[in-house]
Write a protein that binds this ligand. Structure first.
Ligand code: GDP
Ligand code: MG
Length: 376
């Protein structure tokens, strides 16, 4: 087996990342509502700003009024040049064509959920908007109804928004869970409004979407770190189990690199779940495990000294317990790094400062986890 040098490690990590991203696939969201109600702002608040910056996206129908923006595990279908309410027939017609073309494609290519946005301040909801929502439902799309830019005082939303919601509710539209969501996607310092309601929209999106895209939604969204942690822990558990099995042989210390592919797969999976790009997570994974600093010595030989019970002599075997603990600690240390990266808490990409912070955070958490884990 090749020595896990930085280059080797980076390539193996990149390949594992791509495999994992392919496996997770894509969550495709359609957003509708009148121009300027806050659709893009809401998508960005929940999924990050990548989508808005990707420009106009690709037209997906011949009539070219539907555009799909893709970014990692997320696809956003947007409309251009047609207005909901005014151009319902044309819009629904194009959507029907699109959905028809999708029918035989894999799940990751299909449209999963629609958000319909109404700006609370407009104080009106037209009959044609209700018709449009019913038409979406008939096309088989779960519709999540969102009131945008709803001012709130304490835990009381603006009475006008409540009145608007009540008038919409009276229409008994076929919407997800029968719920109308109040939201404020952006905080406003001037009026003192804070953002709220985003988690509820995300939860409804999970309920509406097929189970097969839950991992893609988890990966694409950036507000619910609890869900990311849960997914990442599944990957850590699986890798810990695999490493324990491998260690049960028991493997000689010099063959400890046998564990590395298991750990690379685990780390790539976690990076994808946290929505860290392939470039950034590859750089961070190298910085974290720092094979470079030890001039080609394996990650394992570099770090195993922190695992209680591990021999330090080259001839000493690695036990199942040590192999498991080692992998478990690595997984949690890497989760910590990915969470900090995803929250934007670490300095610029690829810079020396970021590499140093990544390495320090990883090692700290690794040591803590390795010393705390009880042998199973
Ligand atoms: N303060 C505040 N402004 C918002 C909010 N949502 C949208 N806006 C603003 O409303 C305008 C239109 O929003 P945009 O997302 O582009 O609307 P879209 O045409 O439906 O995609 C922009 O200037 C946004 O900054 C919000 O929740 N709070
Ligand atoms: Mg927009």
């Amino acid at each position: 087996m090749a020595k896990p040098t930085d280059e080797w490690f980076g390539q193996a990590f990149g390949k594992a990342w791509k495999d994992k991203a392919d496996e997770i696939g894509r969550f495709n969201l359609a957003i509708f509502g009148k121009t300027g109600v806050g659709k893009s702002t809401l998508v960005n608040a929940i999924f990050g700003s990548e989508i808005a910056r990707t420009g106009i996206g690709e037209p997906v129908t011949r009539a070219e009024h539907l555009y799909l923006h893709q970014s990692g595990a997320l696809g956003v279908l947007d409309t251009r040049g047609l207005e909901v309410g005014r151009d319902n027939a044309a819009l629904i017609g194009e959507l029907k064509d699109y959905l028809h073309g999708m029918r035989r494609k894999p799940l990751a290519e299909q449209l999963h959920v629609a958000w319909y946005c109404v700006r609370a301040g407009d104080r009106r909801f037209e009959a044609t908007e209700a018709d449009f929502i019913r038409a979406l439902h008939e096309l088989g799309l779960p519709v999540i109804l969102v009131l945008t830019q709803v001012p709130r005082s304490g835990d009381r939303v603006h009475p006008d928004a409540e009145a608007l919601a009540a008038s919409i509710a009276a229409l008994e539209l076929p919407i997800q869970d029968g719920l109308i969501h109040y939201t404020m996607a952006l905080a406003d310092d001037f009026t003192g409004q804070s953002a709220y309601g985003l988690q509820e929209v995300l939860d409804a999106t999970f309920r509406g979407a097929p189970d097969g895209v839950a991992h893609a939604i988890t990966s694409a969204q950036r507000i619910d770190f609890e869900r990311k942690r849960e997914r990442a822990e599944v990957a850590v558990k699986a890798a810990t189990g695999a490493a324990t099995t491998a260690g049960a042989s028991p493997i000689p210390f010099s063959d400890a690199a046998l564990l590395v592919p298991i750990q690379i797969g685990m780390m790539a999976s976690i990076a994808v779940t946290y929505g860290i790009s392939i470039e950034r997570s590859t750089a961070a994974s190298i910085a974290a495990t720092a094979a470079a600093t030890t001039a080609g010595r394996s990650v394992v030989t570099n770090m195993i000294k922190f695992v209680p019970g591990a021999g330090t002599a080259v001839a000493a075997p690695i036990s199942a317990t040590v192999a498991g603990t080692f992998t478990y600690a690595m997984g949690h240390a890497w989760m910590r790094v990915c969470e900090r990266l995803a929250r934007g808490e670490l300095a610029a990409v690829g810079g020396a400062l970021e590499s140093e912070s990544v390495h320090r955070i990883f090692l700290e958490e690794f040591k803590t986890r390795a010393s705390r884990r009880k042998p199973s």
